[in-house]
Design a binder for this molecule. Structure first.
Ligand code: NIG
Ligand code: FE
Length: 497
């Protein structure tokens, strides 16, 4: 139905209520028609148990947005009867397309220098993550390359990666430090993350993680002392001068930080009013998840070795279980996190990419959606909840992003597939057509998902060739001295670095 032809059925005289004088809200963006709108629909807190599966699905839907916020979302007739539009209203048509809340990645290490493609090849030859790390690879290898990078270089490569994530539907993303491992280089990573938050559309949630590995040159006890006494206070202060304080994360696992180290770091972080996260139970169970629940951490992540007792604790707490199936897949492990048990026992489960240079060089959330279904046995609906509403709670943004409901931020992902079932189905092909952040189009695929080949497609092909230019020219309103375009013209893939 066209907007101009909404038919109004006259109300019988006796039923007429006094006419409200209030004008209908005017939409500045209208997405209509929509093939299928699919969203979690949970009122209080993260979704648990059956709620994770209870996705609201509406065929022939519409979403109206005003000033970056959703004002109406649901059946098209209903939405169109509650809003007004005018010539200035931007319109997006998405017939035959799936539309979900913008995807949220609650766990990434996307700022780093260099790459570790050699480790991937070593793993293909049968070496384990631990063997590679103990022979000079692993986090410490990325530490060397990151220490050698300038802040500008970290921003430039980070921006290139974020651009690809945006094209795959990510609208909000947590980003950790943890490849500097000295106060100076960790703060430079933090500076790069805050700068990245400023110059591109994906909303970033920074996490300070000097406790990612022990730097080889320093005594372990001394390093933990330094984190507690100097690095955390410096990070808290640094952040205050720009925006919200970062969260604090610890890699609590065999060969990395002990439970006692983690407790000390958590105590220091809490005294600085920083929120907590923990890498728990990836390779061994050190009771880190228990500690996370005890300390009210935002999330406990990985959880391959989580105990039954800890699952029960998660179910009773607000700590979100962030599962990272990309990592177990990329490390070629036979085990995955016990996702079904976590959901059935009542933990709030989220999914993330864990995008990093070593154990998981995968950033695509549609791909993680597929792995969540295939490897963790989530239903397509549960996995969508885990990548949106529950992921928002894992980074302290619950209730503001992650659902397509009025009052929520207008973060929206539109796919070149017709229905929810096909969201996770396309491993290896990116199904995302348009990514919208706060009501603005951050990414739009010019090829419309069709194969571009042959003379008949000359027009699409020309657009395709021009697309880098379109992306270069697009930029959010900026303040401050640094030009985003300097970074947006980032050179090619990481492998060239
Ligand atoms: O989440 N487990 C610790 N940290 C990352 C690995 C980072 C790396 O290998 O560089 C992870 O898997
Ligand atoms: Fe990680």
């Amino acid at each position: 139905m066209s907007l101009l032809s909404i038919s109004v059925t006259p109300t019988p005289l006796q039923n007429r209520k006094p006419k409200s004088k209030l004008p209908l809200p005017k939409a500045d963006l209208l997405i209509h028609p929509i093939g299928e709108l699919a969203t979690p629909c949970v009122e209080n807190g993260p979704a648990r148990k059956k709620q994770m599966h209870e996705i609201r699905r509406v065929k022939n839907a519409a979403i109206a947005v005003r000033k970056g916020v959703i004002i109406e979302a649901g059946p098209a007739d209903d939405v169109l009867s509650k809003i007004e539009t005018d010539a200035a209203t931007r319109k997006i048509e998405a017939p035959n397309k799936l539309v979900t809340p913008g995807l949220i990645d609650p766990h990434t290490h996307l700022v780093f220098g260099g790459n570790r493609a050699n480790e991937f090849l070593m793993r293909c030859q049968g070496k384990t993550y631990a063997e590679i790390a103990s022979s000079g690879g692993g986090i410490v290898a990325s530490m060397r390359a990151t220490r050698n990078a300038t802040v500008d270089e970290l921003v430039e490569t980070g921006l290139y990666r974020l651009k690809r994530m945006l094209a795959h539907g990510t609208t909000t993303c947590e980003v950790k430090t943890g490849y500097g491992l000295t106060q100076d280089s960790e703060l430079r990573m933090l500076e790069a993350i805050y700068e990245l938050a400023r110059v591109q559309p994906i909303e970033l949630v920074p996490t300070f993680m000097p406790a990612h590995a022990f730097p080889p040159e320093v005594d372990r006890k001394q390093y933990v002392n330094d984190i507690v006494a100097h690095m955390l206070p410096a990070a808290a202060l640094f952040a205050c001068s720009s925006s919200a304080k970062p969260c604090v994360d610890v890699f609590c696992d065999e060969g990395y930080f002990s439970l006692d180290d983690t407790r000390r770091i958590f105590d220091a972080a809490l005294s600085l009013k920083m929120k907590l996260k923990v890498h728990a139970d990836e390779f061994a169970n050190l009771k880190a998840t228990e500690l996370a629940c005890e300390y009210g951490a935002l999330s406990a992540d990985h959880l391959l070795k989580v105990s039954d007792k800890e699952i029960k604790m998660l179910a009773q707490s607000d700590t979100v279980a962030v599962l990272l199936p990309g990592t177990s897949f990329y490390l070629n492990l036979s085990d995955h996190a016990p996702a079904r048990k976590l959901i059935e026992d009542g933990a709030a489960v989220a999914l993330g990419s864990d995008f990093n240079p070593g154990s998981c060089h995968i950033f695509s959330l549609p791909f993680i959606w597929g792995l969540g279904c295939l490897k963790l046995k989530l239903t397509v609906e549960e996995a969508l909840t885990a990548l949106t509403h529950n992921a928002a709670f894992a980074i302290g943004r619950g209730g503001t992003v992650g659902q397509l409901l009025s009052g929520y931020q207008a973060d929206i992902t539109i796919y070149d597939v017709p229905a929810l079932e096909e969201g996770p189905y396309n491993l290896g092909w990116n199904p995302v057509a348009i990514t919208i952040k706060k009501g603005e189009i951050g990414h739009r695929r010019v090829s419309n998902g069709r194969q571009i080949d042959g003379a008949n497609n000359f027009f699409s092909f020309s657009l395709y060739l021009l697309s880098p230019l379109v992306i270069i020219l697009w930029a959010p309103p900026q303040t401050g001295a640094r030009s985003p375009n300097r970074y947006i013209q980032a050179r090619g893939p990481d492998l060239q670095k």
